[in-house]
Design a protein around this ligand. Structure first.
Ligand code: AHG
Ligand code: MN
Ligand code: MN
Length: 313
């Protein structure tokens, strides 16, 4: 045990300090989260200094890759390699799981840059991470994650993490340190804001169309940016709200990926007291059958998640 008289609680709580003071997690997990946060600082820099534009390649989902998608994926790979605690990783930009060291304790799943097509319009974008024990995620559920975090690159760069003891928010300061902004973020049961994704689904899903009528009649406030990290962060930051991405039209199962997008946010939302469902079951209980599996997502304030699930049945 460290000498607390010599090492008092600092005035500015760093991410490192916060994880070891409140996280009660193995050092290996703390180091991994810090290595991911270092990668995020390079992505933060790359967003400001790399020209926007297509890379000329496509990812496993057939989507055109932005230069920044490829660069962010590479930055994260380098930091995961350096951490020495990663058995394998799953990235939106790689068609298969990438094995690093089968004897290492963790697997990291991530979306290196979420909302990357919004770079040129200068909207907020983000990176999403989930951490599992072991080296395979197939057959497990997002509820098996031992940590999840995201980084939001907007007017400010924020990092929000959970290791299973609520959700905490940090801000990147001028010397490149993530400093505690708010602890124990909570999400109330009642939503006042709504964020409806894949709205094209209203053409085939009458329940989704009626839901829009209900939300408009109730004069709820629309907040939708097209970047899931920003839109779900809005809920965690304001302490209420609902975000949906429902199947239909171009995306029969919704646009979002269970492993790299829905799973980490479901973990964070439930840690904050909210809920995340695919319409019939909790995202945290949904079995991962393949790495590219899509899932509908209804996430946010509990009472609203329940109402949406009922209306879409
Ligand atoms: P990505 O940039 O990683 O492909 O993900 C973008 C996702 C998500 O952030 C957002 O909620 C959704 O795409 C937006 O889809 P629409 O453009 O259909 O609204
Ligand atoms: Mn994404
Ligand atoms: Mn992406």
């Amino acid at each position: 045990m460290q000498n607390e008289a010599v090492c008092p609680i600092p005035q500015r709580i760093s991410l490192n300090h916060h994880i070891y003071r409140t996280g009660n997690v193995p050092d290996s997990l703390r180091h991994l989260i810090l290595d991911i946060s270092r990668a995020a600082k390079y992505i933060h820099y790359a967003i400001r200094n790399t020209e926007a534009g297509l890379a000329g390649t496509r990812n496993q989902f057939g989507e055109e890759q932005e230069k920044l998608d490829v660069l962010s994926d590479d930055i994260i790979r380098q930091h995961l390699c350096e951490s020495r605690v990663v058995a394998s990783y799953v990235s939106e930009e790689q068609s298969e799981a990438v094995e690093l060291d089968p004897t290492a304790p963790y697997t990291v799943v991530f979306d290196p840059l979420d909302g990357s097509s919004l770079v040129d319009v200068n909207f907020a974008i983000g990176s999403i991470f989930g951490i599992y024990k072991g080296m395979h995620v197939i057959g497990s559920t997002p509820g098996d994650q031992v940590a999840a975090l995201y980084v939001l690159y907007g007017p400010r760069t924020l990092l929000v993490y959970s290791v299973g003891n609520s959700v905490h928010e940090f801000i990147l300061n001028e010397v490149g340190e993530f400093i505690l902004l708010r602890e124990f973020l909570g999400v109330a049961d009642i939503a006042k804001n709504y964020s409806p994704g894949n709205l094209r689904a209203v053409n085939v899903n009458a329940g989704y169309r009626s839901l829009m009528d209900v939300w408009m009649k109730e004069e709820m406030t629309l907040r939708y940016s097209g970047c899931m990290v920003a839109d779900v962060h809005h809920i965690l930051s304001k302490g209420q709200g609902i975000f949906t991405n429902i199947g239909g039209g171009k995306y029969p199962l919704g646009k979002l990926r269970l492993v790299i997008e829905c799973g980490p946010f479901a973990y964070l939302m439930e840690q904050a007291g909210g809920a995340a469902s695919d319409g019939t079951q909790s995202i945290l209980k949904k079995k991962i059958d393949s790495l590219d599996q899509r899932s509908p997502l209804i996430i946010g304030s509990k009472t609203e998640v329940k109402r949406v699930c009922k209306m879409l049945k």
